[in-house]
Write a protein that binds this ligand. Structure first.
Ligand code: ADP
Ligand code: MG
Length: 688
């Protein structure tokens, strides 16, 4: 019965009265979808009160005010002696306090003069400013209504997070349309009580009366957040049950030889306790009848690759193959360069396959994979192209991927015979959340750095001191130090004070000839080329200016200095990740966080956290505590699921409630959970 409403939910916004294809496309950009449901899940971020005031007296500069005004005189605008003057409508409130309304558009000079005749009263709502010349001023009011139409001005205006080409008026008009149609439909459909409650909650948050209605602990938000978590947790529970039901599907493989002891012998270092513990956990999984699904979380530099290698070697003992999936070509090549010599010593055939491989060479690699000769295949998703076949794929390792997509998981599963899965992530998340966020995986934590690793010295510096910074690093560069210099944007946009990578590159190149530049608008090939050149030990490229494309996993042990510009624009987790690109060798490394003039107190706090600690778990916890509504750069990469209603910090208890509800119910059969999974687009392996 609740299914009926999905026709409505799934309706394209362009069919909503007054929208059309152009606006629908704009909505798509803001909402991440173009269905009515996508609109419903996109809720206002705050309420702007527009109660009608008696007088302007007492209002503060910057307030949004709504007030009844009488028009007293006009002053037509235009261009005078090359200067633009606004059209001014001088008004007075009922206590004769003056307010001037200004319009800067010089094209329609007479429009407002005709529309607002002298002596008439209007209800006007907009942002109040005081200036010396004109006193109280409202520029381009948001609303101008006849006194009889005062109710057209929303007393509690819901303000939606918006984007280009979408005004708040458009949002509220579309919202009104949607809820009008919904009321009709709801009457016709036979919806469950729960669905009606959910729709009611949605309506309340789309028509908030105060900001409390939108606060994390507002009753409707809590209800929606819980529903969203239940959807997600039930998907996780189904996946887990499906995995557990695969008992005895692991192929029986006999160990053919003892390679793992040899591996330990040829290791150039002693494994850390945490590495050993993680390896033990993985090997124990190999003994179980259910395929492994394990996430290894460890800070950058904690040595996850060797753990992965140990797992691959163990697999190879029984003749099975391992795939190590890296997010970029460069990383794949880097892993290959590092692991190949080890494999040679162990007598294991190791190969690398990326999008670069073409023609005969590629064909030969595929043959070797299919025959089972290649035991360890390192590469990008090219490893899962349709024509790639494996003889006995036993283990899939995913490096630096924050989450297994369900789709990816099934593609990989299809390539092997229920292969074990191992994900490596450098994004620690607070323990309290890991179970609920990565619910269907077992988790190992590497919370120990290899011995002898020096903590990175981190400091913050206002960007106007950059000259001094360049002077300070010059001698180090002369001595062979390599520097990552990260900038958030590529082209300096007009309204932005952000230092673009391009202009910083030009400047640094004057001081350090041969500086490299790498950004997201370059094609992948040239990007990889620059990074490889920078990584090469003998390279003359000492400084690499880049945007955050270098964030994932690149290993340049000789890089000892990381400079991050506009560090205040990044989230904590992203900064920590970036910093982890240095401090990988035995030398002292430095991280310098440059910040702009407009840094907020919160921004300072974030940078201080980073200066104080190097522990990824502490930082993750802080990140969680400080995460505001305004999303910071780098959030996407940080691996947090983007919920619509759930607030990680405020809804921690709900996580646990939803988790136990999902575990206890047999949510495969629970119709309501299934409905919620549809609403919140939570897929399960079974596709239910
Ligand atoms: P990450 O966890 O970031 O992937 P890596 O696996 O790339 O870290 O390891 C970082 C560096 O530390 C590599 O150069 C690796 O060879 C080295 N390393 C790993 N484990 C140890 C160890 N136990 N002792 C010393 N060095 C180690
Ligand atoms: Mg790594």
């Amino acid at each position: 019965m609740d299914n009926e409403i999905f026709d409505f939910f799934n309706t394209d916004l362009q069919y909503v009265h007054g929208v059309g294809p152009v606006l629908a496309t704009k909505f798509n950009e803001v909402l991440g979808g173009r269905r009515i449901l996508d609109f419903l899940l996109h809720i206002p971020s705050y309420v702007r009160p527009r109660e009608i005031l008696d007088s302007v007296i007492g209002a503060q500069n910057g307030d949004t005010i709504t007030i009844s005004l009488q028009i007293k005189s006009h002053k037509k605008g235009g261009v005078f002696h090359g200067r633009r003057a606004p059209t001014q409508i001088v008004c007075a409130d009922k206590f004769a306090a003056p307010v001037t309304i200004q319009f800067f558009n010089t094209k329609f000079l007479d429009y407002w003069i005709e529309k607002l005749p002298i002596g008439a009263w209007r209800i006007i709502s907009g942002k109040l400013e005081f200036n010396n010349r004109n006193g109280a001023v409202i520029n381009h009011p948001d609303f101008i209504e006849l006194p009889d139409n005062a109710n057209k001005i929303p007393r509690h205006q819901a303000i939606y997070p918006s984007g280009e080409g979408l005004t708040q008026k458009t949002f509220s008009a579309v919202r009104d349309q949607i809820f009008n149609i919904m009321h009709e439909r709801v009457a016709a459909y036979k919806l469950s009580e729960r669905m009606l409650e959910l729709l009611d909650a949605l309506e309340h948050v789309h028509y908030p009366e105060t900001n409390d209605d939108l606060a994390p602990n507002g009753q409707y938000i809590v209800k929606l957040a819980y529903s969203e978590l239940l959807a997600h947790q039930s998907a996780i529970a189904i996946n887990r049950r499906a995995r557990m039901a695969q008992k005895n599907l692991r192929p029986v493989r006999e160990s053919q030889k003892n390679l793992i002891d040899k591996f330990y012998k040829i290791l150039p270092f002693e494994l850390t306790g945490a590495q050993k513990r993680t390896i033990d956990e993985i090997f124990a999984d190999f003994q179980k009848p259910v395929p492994m699904m394990r996430l290894v979380q460890g800070d950058v530099g904690s040595g996850k690759t060797m753990v992965a290698m140990a797992a691959a070697v163990k697999m190879a003992e029984s003749g099975a193959q391992t795939v190590l999936l890296a997010p970029t070509d460069t990383l794949a090549q880097q892993h290959f360069a590092k692991l190949k010599p080890m494999c040679d010593e162990l007598g294991l055939v190791c190969d690398v396959l990326t999008g670069r491989d073409k023609g005969v060479a590629r064909r030969e690699k595929l043959i070797s994979l299919k025959s089972g000769r290649t035991k360890i295949a390192i590469g990008t998703h090219a490893l899962f192209s349709e024509d790639v076949e494996y003889k006995d794929l036993g283990l899939v390792i995913i490096d630096e991927q924050h989450r297994f997509g369900v789709d990816q998981r099934s593609t990989m599963r299809a390539k092997g015979n229920n292969p074990d899965m191992l994900a490596l992530s450098a994004t620690p998340i607070p323990r309290t959340l890991s179970m609920t966020v990565y619910g269907d995986m077992d988790i190992s934590i590497i919370n120990e750095k290899p011995a002898g690793r020096m903590p990175i010295k981190t400091s913050k510096l206002p960007v106007n001191r950059v000259g001094a910074l360049i002077e300070r690093i010059a001698p180090q560069v002369a001595n062979g130090a390599k520097i990552f210099w990260v900038c958030p944007l590529v082209e300096e946009s007009e309204n932005s004070d952000m230092m673009a990578a391009q202009s910083r590159f030009e400047e640094l190149n004057k001081h350090f000839p041969g500086t490299g530049l790498c950004h997201g608008q370059m094609d992948k090939k040239s990007r990889d080329k620059v990074m490889e050149e920078f990584a090469a030990p003998e390279s003359k490229m000492r400084v690499l200016v880049s945007t955050t494309v270098i964030e994932v996993g690149i290993d340049v042990p000789s890089a000892t200095i990381m400079v991050i510009e506009n560090a205040e624009r990044f989230g904590l987790a992203a900064l920590h990740q970036l910093r982890g690109r240095v401090g990988r060798g035995s030398q002292q490394s430095f991280c310098i966080l440059l910040y702009g003039n407009n840094i907020s107190p919160d921004g300072i706090k974030r940078l201080d956290t980073l200066c104080e600690t190097d522990d990824g778990f502490v930082i993750a916890e802080q990140d969680l505590m400080m995460r505001g509504v305004g999303e910071l750069l780098g959030t996407k990469q940080s691996g947090w699921i983007q919920y619509h209603f759930v607030n990680y910090r405020e809804h921690r208890d709900l996580f646990k409630l939803a988790q136990s509800a999902a575990m206890n119910n047999n949510s495969d059969d629970d119709i309501w959970a299934k409905t919620l999974r549809h609403i919140f687009n939570c897929s399960t392996i079974a596709g239910a």
